[in-house]
Design a protein around this ligand. Structure first.
Ligand SMILES: NC(=O)C1=CN([C@@H]2O[C@H](COP(=O)(O)OP(=O)(O)OC[C@H]3O[C@@H](n4cnc5c(N)ncnc54)[C@H](O)[C@@H]3O)[C@@H](O)[C@H]2O)C=CC1
Ligand SMILES: O=C(O)[C@H]1O[C@H](OP(=O)(O)OP(=O)(O)OC[C@H]2O[C@@H](n3ccc(=O)[nH]c3=O)[C@H](O)[C@@H]2O)[C@H](O)[C@@H](O)[C@@H]1O
Length: 436
């Protein structure tokens, strides 16, 4: 099948490589010439395990990238994988997907055969039918449901595991209003469905749109709940990880997404929960629980610094921040818990030295004046305290000798990644977990 994907960011590039691997001819369309050139050189515009290898394999053959929308005419189906960021009030900003839809509509005006358009971006219920469909129709002069088949297929991949998640989906959600569009959407996934055991869920467009938000809102709230329970456990000197292990054995709760600590970040949980809250309020419903989940999340970094401050005055002190990305396996710092932590440390007059295996360049863009170390060891050397923000594996290997080079070995672990045996010999009780 000939598949075009508009938007070659995290999602667009990942699915481009995954579809090529499934045997489709893929056209990646992006307005950013440097992204297009990178893909056409067989290199990856994103940091994602496995994607560079697949681009090296398929670029110039099954994957072509372009800034020219006209080339979409040679394809049968187009995915819209544009960013849908938050505006200042938490609502989604649909301007990128609207601009791309208009360009796509202009292009489809001259298409002689029917075309399927699939919204991949995360959008609030009603966006596909009330915003995208009319734009497609006015720009193309064609009718949705006749010459244009429009569907919504939310994406559930996690950064760092994007290809793995694509290849082993727990579900594929196909939102459409006619069996024909459902069939056309499913045809794109048939080579995958033949390989894996998954649930193919046919549903309406609005249902597909909100399933995505419900999924993320549920997971984010689950983490906030374990963090709240964790804060209570800490008051009783109880290890929340032991509690999580036990409650996770209850199938109704489940073991995943019960890692407590400094909270959730990333490009999607914060923006999607905010967008759902904003959309619900617009409809006249105030979502109390979701607002509380956000509030718990916002407080965890401050709790971490309170713990640190209970061991040492922060003013004028050198504090190492270990981990800058929003989670391990990515250089993405969007929504990273390191950001409020750095802000608060600076407000309190501390000197910050940051370290991350891959995200330093991105954080440097946001905080050009901070000090950055090239290893955890050099960040810790001479530091008066350290906070562990991201659960990079390499932090579990930091040994007693390295912690011993700190001016004051005080460590607050926000991810339970530090090896207790290594650290307790040097910190004299001044190693603490946020929720244990
Ligand atoms: N990043 C993730 O892990 C996940 C993201 N999503 C959702 O997928 C959507 C896409 O997210 P990302 O891939 O992270 O976004 P991104 O920001 O990484 O990529 C968007 C791409 O669209 C391009 N673009 C902007 N305007 C354009 C236009 N008019 N024509 C062509 N290209 C244009 C940009 O140059 C950029 O390369 C969002 O709605 C997001 O919420 C869903 C699941 C996972
Ligand atoms: O819509 C999206 O973009 C994606 O958002 C998340 O994926 P992602 O943001 O890549 O990362 P996660 O692994 O879910 O982690 C999100 C945040 O939660 C934190 N987290 C995760 C799990 C946990 O147990 N505890 C915890 O604090 C992580 O450290 C991270 O800051 C969802 O897991 C994906 O299903 C979804 O497609």
């Amino acid at each position: 099948m000939r598949v075009s994907i508009v938007g070659s960011g995290y999602v667009g590039t990942t699915i481009a490589t995954a579809f090529a691997e499934l045997g489709h001819e893929v056209l990646a369309v992006d307005i950013d010439q440097s992204v297009v050139d990178t893909i056409n050189r067989g290199e990856s515009p994103i940091h994602e395990p496995g994607v560079p290898e697949l681009l090296a394999k398929h670029s110039g053959d099954r994957i072509q990238a372009t800034t020219e929308y006209d080339q979409i005419l040679n394809t049968d189906v187009t995915f819209l994988a544009l960013l849908t960021p938050s505006d200042e009030n938490g609502h989604i900003n649909t301007s990128y997907i609207e601009a791309a839809t208009e360009s796509l509509g202009d292009t489809l005006a001259s298409k002689e055969t029917a075309h399927t358009v699939i919204v991949k971006s995360t959008v609030i219920p009603g966006t596909t039918e009330d915003v995208i469909a009319p734009l497609l129709e006015s720009a193309s002069g064609k009718t949705v449901g006749k010459e244009i088949h429009l569907g919504m297929n939310p994406e559930f991949l996690r950064e760092g595991f994007a290809l793995e998640d694509f290849r082993n989906p727990d579900k594929i959600v196909l939102g459409a209003e006619t069996p024909r569009t459902h069939d056309q959407m499913e045809a794109v996934f048939t080579p995958l469905i033949e390989q894996v055991d998954t649930h193919v869920i046919r549903t309406g467009i609005r249902e597909a749109e909100i399933i995505k938000y419900a999924n993320n809102a549920f997971l984010a709230t689950k983490i906030s709940l374990i963090n709240e329970l964790g804060n209570i456990c800490k008051e009783y000197d109880v290890d929340t990880y032991e509690v999580a292990d036990a409650i996770g054995k209850d199938d109704r709760i489940g073991e995943r997404f019960l890692a407590s600590g400094v909270g959730w970040g990333g490009s999607c949980f914060p923006k999607d929960v905010a967008a759902l809250i904003a959309a619900a309020r617009e409809k006249g419903y105030d979502p109390t629980l979701l607002s509380a989940a956000v509030e718990v999340n916002a407080k965890q970094p401050a709790r971490m610094l309170e713990l640190l401050a209970s061991h040492t005055d922060l003013s004028g002190k050198r504090i190492a921040v270990l981990g800058l990305s929003f989670k391990p396996g990515t250089d993405d710092i969007r929504g990273s818990r390191a950001v409020p932590i750095i802000d608060e440390l600076l407000t309190r007059g501390a000197t910050v030295v940051g370290y991350d295996p891959v995200a330093t360049a991105n954080m440097r863009e946001q905080y050009p004046d901070l000090s950055y170390a090239d290893s955890a060891k050099s960040a810790l050397s001479g530091a008066d305290g350290a906070v562990v923000v991201t659960d990079w594996d390499e932090f579990s290997a930091i040994d007693a000798e390295t912690f011993g080079t700190m001016a004051q070995p005080i460590v607050i672990d926000g991810r339970r990644i530090i090896d207790r045996k290594q650290i307790e010999s040097v910190t004299n009780g001044r190693y603490e977990g946020l929720t244990w």
